[in-house]
Design a protein around this ligand. Structure first.
Ligand SMILES: Cc1cc2nc3c(=O)[nH]c(=O)nc-3n(C[C@H](O)[C@H](O)[C@H](O)COP(=O)(O)O)c2cc1C
Length: 203
């Protein structure tokens, strides 16, 4: 029997466990869970070893990676038959995603080479910077570029904010919780990804 459950996986690409990006991804997934039938799972890259892709080509031979590190957890998670949506959250580092985020996205080439496993998964991105305009939008766009290469369905943060994803400002007085605008985009993104997973029929 085909399950009606849609699982959205959040990947937190900060090297620091349970800090501001984790807070943001958690808020985004909490919003996603408000949509009926949607369940979520959060994976933190902090504390894991996921090295850069070495282009060894072993993934051309099957759903395996030639690097023996913690990426196996991602292969296992993305193999879940109910997996329908992905939210990637990254801190902004010098106007870009973290090295952990880039390594994760590059290593996902294994899914492209094995039946386009991420095709038609709904994708959303959030970025957390210490300053209000610290490069969140261009960071989001760069992550989305990798998602498009996987034939994923990239969504905005939905109405009424509806731009490129969720942009958060961790340096605001009072911390992330005080960034009302950023948190609104975060919740909207969670809702939008969740709503869209319900509309996509996996063939
Ligand atoms: C190497 C490095 C570069 C950074 N570059 C930027 C930047 O370009 N723009 C910005 O707004 N914040 C920048 N920051 C700040 C982080 O994005 C910010 O503190 C974020 O909240 C960290 O996320 P975390 O708490 O999940 O680790 C940088 C931090 C580091 C360590």
């Amino acid at each position: 029997m085909v399950s009606d459950t849609k699982t959205i996986i959040g990947v937190c690409c900060s090297p620091r466990p349970r800090k501001t990006t984790y807070e943001a991804v958690s808020a985004c997934l909490a919003a996603a869970e408000e949509i009926d039938g949607v369940t979520t799972r959060l994976i933190e890259l902090a504390g894991k070893t996921i090295g850069p892709c070495l282009a060894c080509g072993i993934c051309q031979e099957g759903l395996i990676c030639g690097i023996d590190d913690d990426f196996g957890e991602i292969i296992e998670a993305f193999g879940d038959p109910t997996f329908a949506g992905l939210i990637v959250g990254t801190p902004v580092y010098f106007g870009m995603m973290t090295a952990q985020c880039k390594a994760f996205l590059d290593r996902c080439v294994v899914f492209r080479r094995n039946g386009w496993m991420l095709r038609d998964k709904v994708a959303g991105v959030l970025a957390v910077g210490r300053v209000r305009n610290g490069g969140q939008e261009q960071t989001i766009q760069a992550v989305r570029a990798a998602m498009l290469c996987q034939d994923m369905i990239c969504v905005s943060d939905g109405q009424p904010t509806a731009h490129f994803g969720a942009t958060l400002w961790s340096g605001i007085e009072g911390g992330l919780a005080a960034d009302k605008v950023g948190l609104e985009t975060t919740r909207n993104l969670g809702h939008r990804v969740a709503e869209m997973t319900k509309r996509i029929i996996m063939l």
